[in-house]
Ligand binder design. Structure first.
Ligand SMILES: *[C@@H]1O[C@H](CO)[C@@H](O)[C@H](O)[C@H]1NC(C)=O
Ligand SMILES: *[C@@H]1O[C@H](CO)[C@@H](O)[C@H](O)[C@H]1NC(C)=O
Ligand SMILES: *[C@@H]1O[C@H](CO)[C@@H](O)[C@H](O)[C@H]1NC(C)=O
Ligand SMILES: *[C@@H]1O[C@H](CO)[C@@H](O)[C@H](O)[C@H]1NC(C)=O
Ligand SMILES: *[C@@H]1O[C@H](CO)[C@@H](O)[C@H](O)[C@H]1NC(C)=O
Ligand SMILES: *[C@@H]1O[C@H](CO)[C@@H](O)[C@H](O)[C@H]1NC(C)=O
Length: 937
């Protein structure tokens, strides 16, 4: 008897540190994006400065001593008093030493500027805040300035705040000094009002070595010699437009400009901006083409906004040894890691350029609004990259990867319970998808118009979500894209406020050509007993594609489900034509239909007309059907019928959800049906695989490589004979090696299939390698081997042999950690956990004694041996054990009780679904499984 799931667990564990499978593919995307948000969460809690004065301009002079990593500075901050006060607080990190202060003010009545003496300068012990106590209160409406002399050390541990780093070139060490002041690091460079809402002009002067250049947000106005200092000069920069402290930027380094900078003319406003790229001379070759790329992306984004940046030029720098996970997106000066700027894609560049508008030109009012900013930037960057190169760097997978992760996460009983840090990230991803939804439902023109109005109104200011939503509402109403009683803010908030998504169910009435539409919370994990589920509802757009007028490009009208639980829609096609609601994943929700509509869809997909439905929609139909069946909302026979068209399907996007579902359903099917299910998997995947191996090329696209790899892995796990043969041939090389313990000559992918379908002898050979594993070799290799030895076999003999040896006989080559590993791996396969159960049952007294003082191991054994059953028969086994040894479970008493509760729930699923699955598989195999290549084990 064969089981699939255990093997997959091995595979996924190895591949992605036990993330759930849906997460695996999305993980790399999420990882690279998560930095600023994790930050933002903590930042939202930050204490804010008193609003007694506000800054209106900075004059900042910096003298860095690069060799020593020190700097001296002087800042004069123009301020206006907003209330009568004798106290002023500014941000200033503890590492900054304030050497002198001075305050001057012009009182509203006198017009004369006066010096006000400072009684005390005190630094808050915990917070990076300095407070000046003045000799007298200054009245509201006064203007003046605060002056600070200060010094500090440059950051050298990382590339944050005002940092210094070095690199080697031509065998000499070169120094770089630069800033990354996002999100709140300006206070580590100079005393300031370090909150995004304070937008003021900056006038910066900096001393630099003569052989380097200094770049900042704006061009240098003049360079000044320093008397007695032949090797350094002052660079005085122009005044910047009003901007937040975190967008201030500075780079001092030996950089050269890449030839052929581009000038971009703005026709309408009669302004222009110069786009320049900088790098060290030795790196210029790697940056070839970046000028053109920058020009293309900038033009695209500028054309989206049609509101020119108030900048004469934009500098893009490839900074040697810059370590930041994200580029430093100063206004007018974006600093990249060298390799990031040299890389092929457009997405990151598009993101960084978008921040010049959203983030710098207009800025989130507070850090709690940062995820909205990020979502909009993320959406626009993806759209831009798509426009430029068809999204080829994302292989067309946006928004699918992120969307499927959301479906998976939000349909759990407890969303975010596993990876808490993801919460902010998923929140932002969801908003990104909402922007996509509005773009579709209003149409691109209206959507753009709304956002343009938004930026026109908010430039040089800050914004909150409401500013964005209200601008979109105004545009949509003006263009008649939504009914007057709708507003975007209400719609958006119905999605943003909850960590759930709706499931829309469409039951057609074929006689009256109408349909009854309902919404409820989408729950996949059972039991579906989520508190407040009944109260939740959404404002959901219903876009309908219909077979009798199939056109996915033309904007169809949207029917809004206005927070209603149910809705009637009319004028649908007749009984011979299907409908598709929410095609192209316009809004993030799955859709269920009546059986007849599913049947029409399944049949259509099996015809050559299939390609008239775009791949993202084909994938959605498949994804929704299987997940709904898994959730218990759709009959499996219907869901399985939605896979029949895969015989002809070759698009990787459509196959994407298939592997996850094979894994999930494989895990839920009882042992009794696994052989059939695996035959189904082989039948499903073989035609695709045989075609994919025909045209293997070195320079092929990634998706093709990945698809072939996935298909092969899943076929191997399902016992596809050519694959097992290949694995055994490889494995025999190891068995013939003179000193097999010196190292493993074969790729990991071959090991599991051999332990699963190979002989006892081959498995035993593996076991001996674990026993004799030399301490000098990498222990992770031993761990991998032990995991596969325990998790892959389906042969009861192999599992018992391992358990006898390591547990009963207490062979000293196995540590306690090994036992934990063995239990958990064995329990991952139905065959394994059943064997483990019997092992426990048969050796109860021995085991009880052995683990008497090892509560953790005992608890782990009881969990592994009892928790994985899913049927009535399994429940009986576990209950009998419970009764037979009542009172003897000790610390594990509550564990077995919990197991029985869970099995009861699982058994309900099995009772309802297994007979249907069994019958369908019988039918399917009798029709399609004619040339099955199965390995005998
Ligand atoms: C500060 O105020 C003075 C006097 O009003 C003005 O001349 C100067 O330009 C201001 N500086 C900045 C950076 O705004
Ligand atoms: C900062 O300035 C003070 C006073 O001039 C001096 O004592 C101190 O050593 C300076 N610190 C650094 C790091 O230069
Ligand atoms: C983008 O994809 C479309 C449709 O798949 C195709 O017609 C077009 O040629 C592609 N464009 C580029 C630049 O690859
Ligand atoms: C599944 O498809 C087969 C073949 O088209 C058909 O005979 C069967 O009725 C379908 N089952 C369901 C539940 O739609
Ligand atoms: C494991 O041990 C039991 C008894 O202790 C024995 O009956 C069984 O044959 C052993 N199985 C293997 C595969 O060694
Ligand atoms: C490891 O296993 C070998 C072979 O079974 C045995 O001879 C040896 O004593 C074991 N080592 C320990 C520390 O028990």
């Amino acid at each position: 008897m064969l089981r699939l799931c255990c093997i997959l667990s091995v595979l996924w564990v190895a591949a992605a540190h036990s993330l759930p499978p849906d997460k695996v593919s999305a993980f790399h995307i999420i990882k690279t994006r998560s930095i600023d948000l994790n930050n933002a969460h903590g930042l939202a809690m930050e204490t804010r400065l008193e609003k007694s004065v506000k800054p209106t301009g900075y004059r900042l002079e910096l003298e860095p001593y690069l060799e020593d990593g020190l700097f001296k500075g002087h800042v004069s901050i123009n301020v206006t008093w907003l209330e009568d006060t004798d106290e002023i607080s500014v941000h200033c990190a503890h590492e900054i030493e304030i050497t002198n202060t001075e305050v001057k003010a012009t009182f509203p009545n006198t017009k004369e500027i006066q010096k006000v003496s400072v009684k005390r300068v005190s630094m808050d012990i915990k917070k990076p805040i300095v407070t000046l106590r003045l000799e007298k209160s200054i009245p509201k409406g006064s203007e003046g300035h605060l002056v600070f002399g200060f010094n500090g050390t440059m950051e050298t541990e990382n590339t944050e705040a005002f940092f210094k780093t070095t690199y080697m070139e031509q065998e000499t060490e070169r120094i770089v000094a630069a800033t990354q002041l996002r999100p709140n690091n300006a206070r580590r460079m100079f005393p300031c009002f370090d909150e995004p809402g304070y937008k003021t002009p900056f006038q910066l002067s900096v001393v630099r070595p003569r052989n380097m250049i200094a770049l900042s947000n704006v061009p240098v106005a003049r360079t000044e010699e320093i008397t007695g200092e032949p090797n350094a000069v002052w660079d005085h920069f122009e005044m910047t437009p009003p901007m937040s402290t975190f967008t201030l930027g500075l780079v001092i380094a030996e950089l050269n400009q890449l030839a052929d900078s581009k000038q971009l003319q703005n026709e309408k406003e009669d302004s222009s901006i110069e786009l320049r790229v900088w790098g060290r001379p030795e790196y210029h070759q790697a940056l070839e083409g970046v000028n053109e790329k920058l020009f293309t992306v900038f033009k695209e984004i500028a054309n989206f906004w049609r509101v020119s940046l108030p900048l004469k030029r934009l500098d893009i720098v490839a900074l040697p040894n810059y370590q930041g996970v994200k580029p430093a997106d100063n206004w007018g000066l974006i600093v990249f890691k060298e390799s990031d700027l040299a890389s092929k894609g457009y997405l990151q560049l598009a993101q960084e350029l978008s921040y010049q508008w959203l983030g710098a030109f207009t800025t989130p009012a507070w850090w709690s609004d940062a995820h909205l900013n990020k979502a909009l930037v993320g959406y626009l960057a993806a759209e831009t990259a798509f426009k430029i190169n068809n999204g080829s760097e994302m292989e067309g997978k946006w928004p699918m990867t992120v969307l499927y992760s959301l479906y998976y996460e939000f349909s759990k009983r407890y969303p975010h319970s596993r990876i808490t840090g993801m919460k902010q990230e998923t929140a932002s991803t969801k908003i990104e998808l909402l922007f996509r939804m509005f773009n579709y439902t209003f149409g691109g023109d209206t959507f753009r118009e709304g956002l343009r109005e938004f930026i026109k109104e908010r430039k040089f200011k800050t914004f909150t979500g409401d500013h964005v939503w209200n601008a979109l509402t105004a545009a949509a109403i003006k263009d008649n894209k939504i009914p007057k009683d709708l507003d975007v803010r209400t719609i958006a908030n119905s999605w943003i406020e909850k960590d759930r998504l709706p499931l829309i169910t469409v039951k057609r009435n074929y006689k009256s050509k109408s349909a009854h539409v309902t919404q409820k919370v989408y729950l996949r994990e059972r039991p579906h007993d989520v508190p407040d589920a009944a109260k939740m509802s959404w404002w959901a757009p219903l876009v309908i594609a219909r077979e009798d007028a199939l056109d996915f490009n033309k904007g169809t009208t949207t029917i809004w489900m206005k927070n209603q639980k149910e809705l009637e829609i009319n004028d649908l096609p007749g009984e011979e034509h299907f409908i598709i609601v929410n095609p192209e994943e316009i809004a993030p929700f799955p859709v269920n239909y009546d059986d007849e509509n599913w049947r029409l869809l399944a049949n259509y997909l099996q015809t050559n007309n299939r390609l008239r439905i775009p791949e993202l929609t084909r994938a959605k139909l498949l994804h929704d059907a299987w997940n709904l069946a898994y959730a218990g909302d759709l009959a499996f026979a219907t869901a399985f019928n939605m896979t029949l068209f895969l015989r002809e399907e070759r698009h990787h996007l459509v196959w994407d959800p298939v592997f996850t579902m094979i894994d999930h359903i494989g895990k839920h099917i009882c042992e009794c049906m696994h052989e059939k299910f695996q035959a189904y998997v082989r039948t499903l995947l073989t035609p695709l695989y045989e075609e994919l191996i025909k045209d293997e090329r070195e320079d092929e696209e990634n998706w093709r490589k990945n698809l072939r790899g996935h298909t092969k892995t899943f076929l191997c796990q399902a016992g596809y004979a050519p694959c097992i043969k290949e694995a055994q041939e490889q494995f025999s090389k190891w068995m013939q090696a003179k000193n097999p313990d010196e190292g493993n000559p074969i790729a990991n992918q071959y090991i599991c299939p051999v332990f699963k379908y190979g002989s006892k002898k081959e498995w035993e050979f593996g076991l001996q390698r674990v026993i004799n594993f030399p301490p000098s070799r990498k222990q992770s290799e031993r761990t991998y081997l032990l995991k596969t030895l325990a998790g892959c076999p389906v042969d009861v003999y192999k599992i018992n042999r391992l358990l006898n040896l390591s547990v009963l006989e207490g062979n000293g080559n196995f540590t306690e950690t090994d036992l934990f590993l063995i239990f958990s791996m064995v329990s991952g396969s139905p065959h394994g956990h059943t064997t483990l159960f019997h092992f426990l049952n048969n050796n109860w007294n021995d085991l009880k004694e052995k683990f008497q003082s090892k509560t953790n191991l005992w608890d782990n054994l009881i969990t592994s041996a009892t928790s994985q059953f899913t049927t009535q028969a399994g429940l009986e086994l576990v209950s009998n054990l419970y009764v037979a040894h009542q009172g003897e479970f000790g610390s594990a008493e509550h564990i077995i009780e919990k197991s029985m509760r869970n099995i009861r729930e699982e058994a309900k699923w099995s009772d309802a679904n297994l007979p249907v699955i069994d019958k369908w598989l019988d039918w399917y195999l009798s029709v399609y499984n004619v040339n099955d290549k199965v390995a005998k084990n």
